[in-house]
Design a protein around this ligand. Structure first.
Ligand code: 3PG
Ligand code: CO
Length: 553
């Protein structure tokens, strides 16, 4: 597949241990009270910043720089880690789906043909995240898909919604459900039997990731497939409004929509078609397994309907999961991880469960598993289950730091790569005090890793995948914080469009290595070539240019 020997770097040596540290959700922003990274004590990251401009700079982490449709698209971990690992910019799921819908190609593909064979006798079920966050899915894409599917023969449609409040503001779910209900009413006027059938908050129902907690998927299965949930409503808007009295959007308990006889309006049965309409993989893989695998032992499915199932995209290229999909995923090939392993670089990668796949699966181009198990070790530290991230904002940062330290000191690896999740996961809760605690814990973990690099004479690269914790409030065009009608500050739980820092250093960094100043627009995709250089190689020609140069002194 073209992944062969890399050229030796003319000036940089091999054999140095390189730590690659990705702080999740750690952008650069002006100092202010809602910038949790600024407010938190972060002496290690602060000291790295002193190295600017030669050893510290900013890089882009949002929009087209990471393959997203527009400059207004905030970054996210999937596209961020894809770019970091692949060293090139690929048009990402969001954009590929936009194109396939706009051109109508989506309806001509194998995946749509496959599911449409059920339209005559069965129901089409659409399951996914209902918001305009653009990280996992987008409302406008769902709207187009509903319209297109009905024009291409779907007569009975059931939508199983997952409310967001994580990539968008808490409370916005009500408006999204109203919009969807309105669209479905329009379809009904055209003679299509279209309804919302079930729902629940994304963090509590269905959208778990990396097999952290299968109960989350089971709750969704019960509602979506079996038509069973502790909460029954005849109307989804009412359901969301009522359930919001005790939980916020991301954590709404599961509900099913029932008819006047108290029967669920849309369980999934033999002969139906199912589409999971999220384009992003990580939080759909578990449901895809439950829908697709005949042999499945993660929870009792009770009933396993014979359905035709397609993902919006194929979510896992290695597992070929699901086997049918509406849009082909970006073909992220020849990643830096694969090149380095083929060139005998021994790699250690680690994070806690909720981010583990980010430094492995996403890093390697949405591919699970090792390139060469003899040369690689991926360690997953189990995340706490069922404890909100703002309740335990330190998460597993110190454990990740210690595992990385041990891997570095063992001298068994050339690259030690970690993701430290706090800025992101705690930032998504919108809890400012907790996020400050999380940022401090992340900074301490970085110190542990840098100290180990110091001991072995290695090199470090510290960067981030996108912004989050550096701004916790919504703002108007002028940049001033927004307040709601009750005078309450509007909290920002989502990512941002800010750039992220990158720092290089360590005793193993050859003298004369510094950031070049001729790639001012550099982004996450430029990091792969940079890291390859630090391992003593020149990156393949089609990689985005390295950020560093070596000056003779
Ligand atoms: C999530 O899946 O947690 C969020 O939607 C995005 O966060 P991430 O891109 O940082 O994982
Ligand atoms: Co995030």
């Amino acid at each position: 597949n073209g992944v062969g020997k890399l050229e030796d770097h003319p000036k940089l040596p091999k054999g140095k241990t390189v730590a690659v540290v990705v702080l999740d959700g750690w952008g650069e922003n002006k100092p202010h009270q809602y910038n949790c990274i600024h407010v938190a004590q972060t002496p290690t990251m602060d000291s790295l910043k002193q190295g600017a401009p030669e050893k510290w700079r900013l890089i882009r982490a949002h929009g087209p720089a990471v393959g997203l449709p527009t400059e207004d698209d905030m970054g996210n971990s999937e596209v961020g880690h894809n770019a970091l690992g692949a060293g090139r910019i690929f048009a990402q799921g969001a954009k590929l789906v936009d194109l396939a819908l706009a051109s109508g190609k989506l309806y001509e593909g194998e995946g749509f043909k496959y599911i449409s064979e059920s339209f005559e006798k069965g129901t089409l079920h659409l399951i996914g995240l209902l918001s305009d966050g653009g990280v996992h899915s987008r409302l406008d894409q769902l709207q187009l898909l509903l319209k297109g599917a009905s024009e291409h023969g779907a007569k009975r449609i059931r939508v199983h919604i997952l409310t967001d409040g994580h990539d968008v503001s808490d409370g916005s779910s009500v408006g999204f459900v109203e919009t969807l209900e309105n669209d479905l009413a329009n379809l009904r006027e055209k003679g299509i039997d279209a309804k919302i059938a079930s729902g629940g908050g994304r963090m509590y129902v269905t959208m778990d990731r990396y097999e952290n907690d299968w109960d989350v998927v089971k709750r969704g299965w019960d509602a979506q497939v079996l038509g069973e949930a502790p909460n029954k409503f005849t109307n989804a808007v009412e359901a969301v409004k009522k359930l919001r009295e005790t939980a916020n959007d991301q954590y709404l308990p599961p509900f099913v929509v029932v008819d006047e006889n108290n029967e669920a309006v849309g369980p999934i049965v033999d002969g139906d078609a199912v589409v999971t309409f999220n384009f992003r993989a990580d939080r759909m893989v578990m449901l895809a397994k439950a829908l697709e695998y005949q042999d499945f032992d993660k929870f009792d499915r009770v009933r396993y309907p014979k359905i035709r199932y397609a993902g919006m995209l194929q979510y896992d290229g290695e597992l070929k999961l699901p086997s049918h999909y509406l849009v082909s995923p970006p073909e992220i090939d020849r990643t830096s991880g694969e090149y380095l392993v083929r060139n005998n670089i021994r790699i250690f990668a680690c994070s806690e469960t909720v981010k583990f796949g980010h430094v492995t699966f996403f890093w390697n181009g949405n591919r699970s598993g090792y390139f060469n198990p003899q040369l690689e070790e991926y360690v997953e530290i189990p995340s706490d289950i069922g404890i909100a991230f703002n309740v335990q904002p330190k998460m597993k940062a110190s454990e990740i730091g210690e595992k990385a330290r041990d891997a570095i000191l063992s001298r068994k690896f050339d690259q030690v790569r970690v993701n430290i999740p706090n800025g992101d996961m705690v930032g998504h809760t919108g809890d400012i005090q907790a996020t400050i605690v999380g940022c401090k814990a992340a900074d301490e973990a970085v110190k542990v890793i840098l100290d180990a690099i110091e001991q072995v004479g290695g090199i470090y690269v510290v960067t981030a995948d996108h912004g989050n914790a550096e701004d916790m409030v919504k703002r108007n065009k002028a940049g001033e914080p927004l307040y709601d009608e009750n005078g309450e500050l509007q909290i920002l739980t989502s990512h941002t469009c800010h750039p992220v820092p990158i720092a290089i250093g360590g005793p193993g960094l050859a003298p004369g290595v510094r950031f070049r100043n001729d790639v001012p627009d550099g982004g996450l995709a430029n990091v792969a070539a940079t890291v390859m250089n630090l391992h003593g190689f020149v990156a393949p020609e089609d990689y985005e240019p390295t950020l560093i140069e070596v000056v003779d002194n």
